[in-house]
Design a protein around this ligand. Structure first.
Ligand code: PMP
Ligand code: PLP
Length: 528
């Protein structure tokens, strides 16, 4: 019977672009296998001698995986990592190897840790999936576009999408095809109708064959796709032969639903004593089960290229992540890696390998759970502070978000003038607000002097943003995330509404408090 352990990826080679199909392996790579032959004296490779690397050994201290990140005291660093210069029977991870040229596959030990982790947590639905290290999801997306897209291709994207992803393909003359999203992410019906109507809307133009999606804690809207939506989207992608690129940096940051402070039970955040508790194994399994399955785990054909990164779990400066994909795409991505980055930085690989092998699979999961708890707390801070500075009302039916924010103290008594609506993030780092301009007098004035409502909306957004900055509160304008649909042409934003993105990942609670108070001042002034 066909099962995940016997099923193999189907042949999707027709998706490769001309560039990738034409790329051959560097002849120098053939030499490497002979270098490892016992007794061989190699005068072939141009390797610098390791004695010329001016690094002796690496010592660093790290957290225990169950560190209490909520602690008001500086957490301790009880685990010492040590990477020697040269190999010994007890230590295979060395600086001599990390600093040397090596295979573009990257560290075998790190890749096998990742493979075991991926098998457990994501349970890919086919057996011959491959892991290939990359230098972060930015690098990974560059490589995906470079093996799949031709100049001028159309790429399916969420209606608001990650700007760096677009900045990569825009100069190739590629265009985004915006697919509708709501508070639960990409809307399958919109994807289907776009593809069904393609020949009518774009006669003679090649149908898009790549969907770029950020399925969890979407950047910028914070939305997380449910498994039902993922299944529906996957089916459409099978029917229309679309490759899904799942850019999923926030996967491990999936939160329980937001609860107002008055209804909240005291939260157990987990401290270092938890690691010895018998409940921990159960908790880790419950954590894994609480995560919405990935596109990868639904992928019975091998049409998902999953981009994972350590940026949000171990620090973006590591510049380290990995692809999970079918063997054919992995081989083409490897060829593209050989001629670009060669491999992620050896020092990063060595350090992350040492950390993960020391923590172990269970330890890494424990670390991720702690991060999930910490970001949940930060999500709560931001939502609590917004609730302290605005009155939050349940959204009327015509507004898709969870709540509408109105002026503090006015909402329940006077006629309600909505400032903005938002949904409580269920993952990631971002909260996305939708500001309603219809009731705003400045906007009404701007409309009389603008050639269209969309232009008035853009003018209002710019002026409001500048005023926020004057008040010393910086948000990211929603316009940054609109799809690029042509040369120097962005999707026209919906008139009468303006979006901003707020990140709850970085500032302290006190800073967030001051920042949102400043934001409330600006709102109150603009609706005076
Ligand atoms: N260009 C030339 C001419 C080289 O000889 C080498 C190294 N053999 C490289 C590029 C690769 O350099 P790097 O390790 O900095 O990527
Ligand atoms: N993709 C998305 C959706 C992101 O939000 C980010 C970081 O903000 C990245 C990619 C960049 O990831 P990396 O640091 O792995 O290149």
């Amino acid at each position: 019977m066909d099962s995940a352990t016997t099923r193999k990826a189907i042949d999707l080679s027709h998706h490769l672009n001309e560039l990738s199909r034409s790329r051959v392996a560097s002849p120098l790579k053939d030499i490497i296998k002979y270098m490892k032959e016992p007794g061989i004296i190699s005068l072939a490779g141009g390797l610098p001698h390791p004695s010329f690397f001016p690094f002796g050994e690496m010592n660093t201290k790290v957290y225990a995986p169950a560190v209490d990140l909520h602690s008001s005291e500086e957490p301790s660093w009880p685990i010492e990592l040590f990477i020697p210069k040269n190999a010994s029977s007890s230590h295979k991870n060395t600086l001599s190897a990390a600093l040397q040229y090596g295979s573009s596959y990257g560290s075998v030990s790190l890749s096998s840790f990742i493979r075991e982790f991926t098998s457990r947590v994501m349970a890919p639905a086919y057996s011959d999936f491959e892991i290939l290290l990359h230098s972060g999801n930015t690098d990974a997306w560059n490589k995906v576009v470079n093996i799949l897209c031709e100049y001028g291709d159309y790429i399916l994207v969420e209606e608001y999408t990650y700007p760096s992803a677009q900045a990569l393909w825009a100069p190739m003359g590629c265009r985004g095809v915006p697919i509708s999203i709501d508070k639960d992410g990409l809307v399958p019906e919109s994807l289907k109708s776009t593809l069904k109507k393609w020949e009518h809307t774009h006669p003679g133009v090649k149908r898009p064959h790549l969907l770029y999606s950020v399925p969890v804690g979407h950047n910028p809207t914070g939305a997380t796709l449910s498994v039902e939506r993922k299944k529906a989207i996957y089916k459409i992608c099978v029917d229309f032969d679309i490759i899904i690129c799942e850019d999923d940096p926030y996967y491990f940051l999936q939160f329980p639903p937001y609860v107002f402070p008055s209804q909240r039970k005291p939260q157990k955040t987990g401290g270092s004593s938890d690691i010895t508790s018998e409940n921990m194994a159960f908790n880790r399994q419950a954590y894994v089960e609480s995560l919405v399955p990935t596109f990868l785990s639904l992928d019975v054909q091998g049409r998902v290229i999953r981009l994972d990164t350590f940026s949000k779990t171990l620090g973006p400066g590591n510049r380290l992540g990995y692809f999970v994909c079918n063997p054919l795409f992995a081989e083409r991505l490897l060829r593209a890696t050989e001629v670009t980055t060669q491999a992620p930085s050896g020092l990063s690989q060595a350090l992350v390998e040492e950390l993960l092998n020391t923590w172990g699979q269970e330890g890494y999961l424990r670390w991720l759970m702690g991060l999930r708890d910490s970001y949940t707390t930060r999500r709560n801070w931001m939502c609590d502070i917004i609730a302290e500075n605005f009155d939050l009302l349940p959204s009327p039916l015509n507004i898709v978000d969870d709540v509408v924010a109105v002026q503090k103290g006015h909402g329940l008594t006077k006629e309600v003038v909505p400032f903005f609506s938002f949904s409580f993030p269920k993952g990631g780092m971002f909260l996305w607000i939708r500001i309603f301009l219809v009731s705003n007098a400045t906007y009404q004035n701007m409309k009389t002097t603008s050639s269209s409502n969309a232009i008035a909306t853009a003018r209002w957004a710019e002026a409001f943003w500048m005023d926020l900055i004057k008040e010393k509160i910086l948000l990211t304008p929603g316009s940054y995330y609109t799809p690029i649909i042509g040369v120097n042409e962005r999707m026209v934003q919906e008139p009468d509404v303006v979006f901003f993105r707020l990140a709850f990942s970085f500032e302290t609670r006190e800073m967030m408090q001051t920042g949102i108070e400043r934001m409330a001042n600006v709102f109150n002034r603009w609706w005076m």
